[in-house]
Ligand binder design. Structure first.
Ligand code: SF4
Ligand code: SF4
Length: 384
């Protein structure tokens, strides 16, 4: 297994499952199940025992491996420099070894099969991808400055489509020149990559790179922070080199073109950092700049924010595979309770996956009357 030589260096001190001030559990998988095997250090030791033939693979073992939300808290908090940078790669290599051994949880198998067959996990034909924008005046990409890439959730999920439309309208309002794909693109492959399915990831990325290059794309705006991560960090090794930014980053640079006015609501808003924009790509400020530009808005921080933010549980494919449970200690439910404790009436998000995870959690926690999950541009639109 790739990176197996580093596994012995983890001595299970446990710092990686906590935030910087050590006050709470910050590994979503460990938070959900409270077994040491789900913690980052536990995963390392399980893999080591497996490679030493001390334990065999099993359904439970593979569920543990694939339940990692790839949130990056362990990379942020592990006590050992250099070694910690390889933690997520070692976990991905472990998943790859499980895939090779045919030991994969059924929801992971189903997700990967659909992506393999259709280029997306919804089983929809590619020509339906642009339909989210049918009622908007957005051109198919030709010679505009940017391609706006909405990936699978933006193209096919009902809530994701709403968010894609809201973001597109705000980009138009800010005077950004952009076009959208015409349906030849496929899944960004980020979750596939994090699940360790390297050949499928390379196939997906290769198709997107070919589609982007044929159109002469040089700059990409992503709806999802997960797409930002894949295109910016994984595509260059496969020949895809683009200037890639998340939509909050583009809008933060264009704030001068947006004129906001008070709507008299004096709203209290807290922001949930998406792991793939924050910890995985080190941008904590762009979304906050957008919220703080709104007149009379009070931005309240949750106890765990920015590099210590607690994950919603949707990363690493868990948005689709649901391996992190829906019980009271599931990441999404813990996170919306934390948001409600700030006294905010709005929980702002900047990722369609976070929106889905946290909206479900608000319903299960019966917080609908107290806390509303809203994507940032949906909030901004009320101040134009
Ligand atoms: S902080 Fe690093 S060394 Fe300590 S348990 Fe976590 S992964 Fe292992
Ligand atoms: S990436 Fe997140 S979910 Fe996965 S082991 Fe590390 S802290 Fe836990």
């Amino acid at each position: 297994m790739k990176h197996e030589e580093i596994l012995h260096r983890c001595f299970r001190c446990g710092y990686c499952k906590l935030p910087s001030n050590y006050t709470d559990i910050n590994c979503p998988a460990y938070q959900a199940f409270r077994f040491e095997t789900y913690s980052p250090g536990g995963r390392m030791w399980l893999l080591r025992a497996w490679l030493n033939n001390e334990i065999s693979n099993s359904r439970r073992f593979s569920e543990i491996m694939f339940s990692c939300a790839t949130c990056g808290n362990c990379v942020e908090q592990c006590a050992f420099p250099n070694f910690k940078d390889l933690l997520l790669e070692a976990f991905a290599a472990g998943k790859e070894a499980f895939l090779d051994a045919g030991q994969v949880p059924a929801p992971v198998r189903d997700y990967l099969t659909k992506v393999q067959l259709h280029g997306n996990p919804y089983g929809k034909p590619g020509k339906k991808r642009p339909e989210w924008a049918a009622d908007l005046d957005i051109p198919v990409y030709s010679d505009q400055d940017h391609l706006f890439f909405v990936d699978d959730v933006g193209a096919f999920d009902t809530r994701g489509q709403e968010i894609a439309r809201s973001v597109a309208k705000m980009l138009q309002q800010a005077g950004i020149s952009f076009g959208i794909g015409s349906g030849e693109e496929v899944s960004d492959g980020n979750d596939v990559h994090e699940m360790g399915e390297t050949p499928l990831f390379e196939e997906l990325a290769g198709k997107n790179i070919e589609a982007f290059n044929q159109k002469g794309v040089q700059k990409i705006i992503t709806l999802s922070p997960h797409s930002l991560h894949a295109i910016k960090n994984y595509y260059p090794a496969l020949g895809g080199n683009y200037q890639t930014a998340h939509y909050t980053q583009i809008l933060a640079f264009s704030l001068g073109s947006l004129k906001f006015q008070s709507n008299g609501n004096n709203q209290r808003i807290t922001f949930h950092d998406p792991c793939y924009l924050g910890r995985r790509n080190w941008d904590y400020q762009s979304p906050r700049m957008l919220l703080k530009a709104l007149p009379d808005v009070h931005v309240l921080e949750m106890d765990r924010n920015q590099k210590n933010a607690f994950c919603c549980g949707g990363g690493g494919g868990n948005f689709f595979t649901d391996l992190l449970s829906a019980e009271a200690d599931s990441p999404g439910r813990v996170r919306v309770r934390e948001a409600a404790q700030t006294g905010a009436e709005i929980l702002a998000v900047a990722c369609p996956l976070c929106a889905g995870m946290l909206e479900d959690a608000v319903k299960v926690e019966s917080l609908e009357g107290r806390l509303q999950v809203r994507e940032i541009t949906e909030i901004m639109a009320e101040y134009l």
